[in-house]
Design a protein around this ligand. Structure first.
Ligand code: T4K
Length: 382
């Protein structure tokens, strides 16, 4: 009999730097009394990210949603954009706020990213861009999408909300496509409490993005475009700088957790894991998705999600339902049958993963899952 955890085990917990370190950083803020609006810590954070991404084309925001929304506006994207329905709702909201029509197409079954064949089939004279998501931090089919974008003269934008720190070959993932958005929300493996980052190819875009996030101000007396307020503040920047120093440690701990989950779950009937990532990819273990085949596991994904709660384990159905099934997007016409996306959304469950999660707790979670499966197998024999 496995006992329930005493304290809830959530799908994630944010990494926090030592309190003494953070307090020291706060002292500087207290001394300068500079809280927001392009302060000294934000500048230092921006420089650290330029070094991290090996580019000067970076722009910080107060969250990832506004970063993406502003990116689309700054790039002048309009008409139709081909995108995935298997993502967090903010990806589509960013299109909506720019009056862009989302064209949802299916995902591929291995890593759940946009299926390039479906993208190509959905291009119309109104298509201006592809908005793909490195979902769970798994890189999209980068080369094929780049080729499609080039041949059809489309902008290629990545929602890389889950992919901070991921590298492909020798390059940070932000180097692919015209622009990438990273979320620094507290639930991300790397975070600044709330925050968003854009990395882009075209240096000329920087000025526009800076205006758009700061009301369009050029100077005290000139407003050159109707911008909004999407600035990152100094405390967010401080958290961002400090967490960055621990990134390798965080990723290593997460890697060990993934490894243990994979070892313990791979032989359980009805549990499907993503294939191990290829050796040229540095993966950062943002999420731990598993797919549940109800017939083989003898319990549906929804039942497993509920049963785990009885043990104080709070897994999440990221990303169910599909975006096109939310009430606010049900009127968007969807031509693609979304066969894979529907199947995956019905089966997916993301298990707890964060640096402070003990390996012994991961073992217990896996034992609970195994015992739930065995219980059902046993019941069905009588
Ligand atoms: N594109 C994609 C593909 C995204 O996934 C996201 C965000 C965005 C764009 C937009 O980026 P941001 O504008 O958020 O920067 C969470 C996050 O709020 C959201 O950032 C994230 N994706 C999404 C996948 O997940 P919820 O509503 O599921 O999170 P919540 O509050 O239920 O938190 C999950 C668990 O984390 C809690 O049960 C406990 C733990 N937790 C959470 C917070 C906030 C903590 O321990 N401490 C905390 O401070 O949306």
């Amino acid at each position: 009999m496995i006992r329930a955890f005493e304290k809830p085990i959530y799908v994630t917990r944010p990494f926090l730097p030592p309190l003494a370190e953070f307090s020291q950083g706060l002292e500087e803020i207290w001394e300068t009394r500079w809280l927001t609006n392009d302060g000294p810590i934000l500048r230092r954070f921006t420089q650290a990210l330029c070094n991290f991404f090996e580019t000067d084309n970076v722009c910080l925001f107060n969250n990832g949603t506004l970063a993406l929304q502003i990116a689309l506006q700054g790039m002048g994207i309009s008409g139709e954009v081909i995108t995935t329905p298997f993502t967090f709702v903010a990806t589509t909201h960013a299109l909506f706020w720019n009056k862009i029509r989302p064209v949802f197409v299916d995902i591929e079954p291995e890593y759940y990213t946009l299926d390039p064949e479906k993208v190509e089939a959905a291009i119309t004279p109104w298509t201006t861009a592809i908005l793909a998501v490195h979902v769970y931090g798994y890189p999209c089919k980068l080369n094929v999408l780049a080729d499609i974008a080039r041949r059809h003269n489309l902008r290629l934008i990545y929602d890389a909300a889950h992919a901070f720190g991921v590298r492909v070959g020798t390059k940070p993932i932000g180097h692919f496509g015209d622009l990438s958005m990273f979320s620094f929300h507290a639930t991300k493996s790397y975070h600044s409490m709330e925050g968003g980052l854009l990395i882009f190819k075209e240096a000329g875009l920087k000025g526009t993005l800076d205006y758009l996030k700061n009301f369009g101000f050029k100077n005290e007396e000139e407003v050159v475009m109707p911008g909004t307020n999407a600035k990152m503040n100094e405390i967010q920047a401080l958290m961002g700088i400090q967490v960055l120093q621990y990134l390798d440690e965080i990723v290593q701990k997460r890697a060990r957790i993934t490894e243990l989950y994979r070892q313990m779950l791979r032989d359980i009937p009805g549990i499907h894991l993503t294939p191990p990532s290829s050796p040229d990819i540095l993966y950062t273990h943002a999420y731990m998705p598993i797919e549940i085949n109800e017939t083989e596991f003898r319990m549906s994904r929804d039942e497993l999600h509920e049963e785990l709660k009885k043990y104080n384990v709070f897994s999440r159905k990221y990303f169910y339902p599909l975006i096109c099934d939310y009430a606010c997007y049900r009127n968007v016409s969807v031509k693609d049958p979304l066969t894979i996306a529907r199947r995956v959304a019905d089966r997916i469950l993301t298990l707890p993963i964060y640096d402070a999660l003990e390996l012994s707790d991961v073992e217990t979670i896996c034992e609970i899952i195994l015992s739930l499966h065995r219980g059902r197998r046993h019941e069905s024999q009588f």
